[in-house]
Design a protein around this ligand. Structure first.
Ligand SMILES: NC(=O)C1=CN([C@@H]2O[C@H](COP(=O)(O)OP(=O)(O)OC[C@H]3O[C@@H](n4cnc5c(N)ncnc54)[C@H](O)[C@@H]3O)[C@@H](O)[C@H]2O)C=CC1
Ligand SMILES: CC(C)CC(=O)C(=O)O
Ligand SMILES: [Mg+2]
Length: 347
């Protein structure tokens, strides 16, 4: 079983190092870890944020563990050379269209969320975000209008087959949970969303047991804070899912806790924390590696079928948190390495 490890920029290498220690602690003989360069560091080394050899490593692996990319010193580069293109490129090239972002409150953290304790305690939801379409991948540019003003534009679009396959991911996830699916869109304004809604309704006929609801994204953002317990599975587009998942992370305590799986058809997947390279804390040993460690657990579960080991990691993280091992993002003082130690010890 081959895992490609792409640590990337900023806090990426710091958090990935701890997740790798956790994987190694499991002592799985059959696990081979292969590193690769992505993001700003790859640009500096190879002249491209996603060099061909990295893509090859990704393709030869069973799964990818990804840290983060993003480096403000690359802001002057043309867009196709910026670090973020590495993650966008991997998602597209590898057909990773279904992004699963679970959010639940770990015991002992209820008082740390931005919500009232009794509201926070009810959160156990899964955001299923489409990852290969929407404004992120549409045509875009900055053009000069006839009157001389510059205009930025990004094309938002979804083809029906793209909506259909993520809708199936949403319904399948709902079938495995509490059979409630909320599709989030902006169908009152956007044609893209109107098609999205039509297709989701069409697909719902194949899942009569699932209770389907629809919500506009602005309301969903508000409801996530007011009454998050009403959600089980949310299915939504690339942009809305990106924003709502960062918001959901604060509802459960911190962005340093939210893991994700980006899946293609079958078992192949890329696993990464939902956060970015956090340049404001990079290199200081302050980042919370739990989101990346929990992403490694998702990797073991989805791509390698190692449910028991995945649960062991999740329990070790929960155990460390309830013992009071908290990073600065959770109001504690534990550093990146210390948090890694606490999880490794519990394994
Ligand atoms: N998948 C990826 O590689 C992603 C890359 N990015 C890139 O990351 C760079 C920074 O973006 P931002 O908007 O600042 O988002 P960010 O997620 O990197 O950071 C937002 C805030 O959360 C904090 N934070 C993030 N992760 C943390 C952790 N593990 N522990 C403690 N605190 C943590 C940061 O210190 C910062 O204050 C940009 O270049 C952006 O494009 C952003 C999101 C995802
Ligand atoms: C480069 C961004 C599109 C990554 C991001 O914010 C995310 O996937 O959450
Ligand atoms: Mg994001």
């Amino acid at each position: 079983m081959r895992i490609a490890v792409f640590a990337g920029d900023g806090i990426g290498p710091e958090v990935t190092e701890q997740a790798v220690r956790v994987l190694e602690k499991l002592g799985l003989d059959s696990l081979e870890l292969v590193e690769g360069d992505v993001g700003g560091m790859a640009y500096r080394k190879h002249g491209h944020p996603l060099p061909p050899q990295t893509l090859e490593t990704a393709r030869s692996a069973d799964a990818i563990l990804f840290g983060a990319v993003g480096d403000f010193s690359c802001d002057h580069l043309e867009r196709h050379l910026r670090p973020e293109q590495a993650i966008l490129g991997l998602r597209k090239e590898l057909g990773l269209f279904a992004n699963l972002r679970p959010a639940r409150v770990f015991p002992g953290l209820e008082e740390l969320t931005t919500l009232r304790e009794e509201v926070a305690r009810e959160i156990d939801l899964l955001i299923v975000r489409e990852l290969n379409g929407d404004v992120y991948f549409g045509e875009k540019g900055i053009r000069t209008l006839p009157d001389g003003r510059r205009q930025g534009w990004d094309m938002m679009s979804y083809a029906e087959d793209e909506v259909r396959r993520i809708a199936h991911s949403g319904f399948t996830a709902a079938m495995g949970r509490s059979k409630k699916l909320c599709s989030v869109d902006k169908a009152n304004v956007l044609e893209t969303s109107q098609l999205w809604r039509d297709v989701v309704i069409e697909v719902s006929k194949e899942y009569p047991e699932v209770e389907l609801s629809h919500m506009y994204v602005d309301n969903a953002a508000m409801q996530l804070v007011k009454n998050p317990g009403q959600f089980d599975v949310i299915v939504t587009g690339n942009l809305f899912g990106d924003i709502l998942s960062d918001q959901a992370s604060m509802c459960v305590g911190s962005i340093g806790l939210l893991a994700s799986a980006s899946l293609a058809e079958g078992t192949y997947g890329l696993y990464e924390p939902i956060h970015g390279s956090a340049p404001d804390i990079a290199g200081k040993g302050l980042a919370n590696p739990m989101a990346t460690i929990l992403s490694a657990a998702m990797l073991l579960r989805h791509s390698l079928g190692l449910e028991e080991q995945a649960v062991r990691i999740e329990n070790a993280v929960a155990g460390a948190l309830s013992a009071g091992v908290k990073g600065g993002d959770l109001g504690g003082s534990a550093g990146t390495r210390q948090i890694g130690d606490a999880v490794v010890e519990r394994l």
